[in-house]
Design a protein around this ligand. Sequence first.
Ligand SMILES: *Cc1c(COP(=O)(O)O)cnc(C)c1O
Length: 372
Amino acid sequence: MKIRFNSVFQSDKYNRYMADLFSDYEFFRNKKYSALCQEELALVFGQNTYHLLTHSATGGLEMIAKAMDIRPGDEIIMPSFTFVSTANAFVSHGAIPVFADISISDFNLAFTEIEKKISEKTRAVVVTHYGGHSTNLDAIRQLCDAHQLIMIEDAAMAFGNSYNGQPLGTIGDMGVISFDITKQISAIQGGVLLVNTPDFMDRLDAIYHIGTNRTRFETQKVPYYEWIDTGSKYQMNELNAVALYDNLLNRAHILNKRKELSRIYFNELSSYADLILPEHKLQENIHLFYLLARSEEEREALRHHLSEKGIEAMFHYIPLHTSKMGKKFPSGTLPVTDHVSGSLLRLPLHTGMTEQDVVEVCDAVKRFYNGR
Ligand SMILES: *Cc1c(COP(=O)(O)O)cnc(C)c1O
């Protein structure tokens, strides 16, 4: 492939951080680079949000499900157009995922669809910020409050974006952001769990520390730490923290470069404006740049055409309600989800690309639509 779908950002300081970490055993023991990442994250998310660095956003979602004490039969409203982890965390505890349809304007949960799915058994609503862009979160927050539902943000793709000035991930009771290799800011593998409602903090803290009161020990509130709950080893490891620290320090460069490349995509493909990422989204950080083909056949033909030119383009998601596991749960029809997942194509977007690369991708797209 000449133009890859993604790449890893690494600054020229990366090797120096790594050598520093290995220079002293204490740096591992005290999690020096995790602590440095925490300082950067406090600048992004503010001091009022408690954040726990995790080995993945998937791990963060599992911690949330555990902290909620899910009981079999509890219902969790969520999109079907999302990653597997959104549902898996809750279903593992016996919850029923209640899939609601998305809106065609932003591919996020449609407010009226959420409302329709609320029942006596509903415990929570999980909103996925598709492509890192949000929807009418005030209204969803009010709806959750009115029905005493927990609001969870799967902000996996949303690092650095906000809603009415409030960082995404800090609006729900709890939220997760992913630092996976596929995301714009990356630890290679990693995530952060954001806890915005104090009620959950102690519980999550124990779950995070393999079911112990280790934090109380570290802050000298108890003389030793012991087993107090169930939990697991959800922490990020220090090697990933080095990669994350390097990315976090360069976040302005990374996010701006993605915006600049997205602007070129938009300008070059503006004659297909009804099919591409809407222009107003370019004000925000861009996780992905997409094109909506007119049918699944057209999408697959375009993907094939790009591949022949050495350009790697990808689609996602197989909707959860049509997947082998998801079909076990009743969902009704989700026409917008079906349409978007069948026609969406993600174009390459990463800091390893040049402006010329983007123009080349666009030329290939144009040749496809102009009869090659
Ligand atoms: C990437 C992603 C996840 C999973 O993140 P990991 O850090 O890879 O576990 C979950 N939900 C959504 C919406 C994602 O895009």
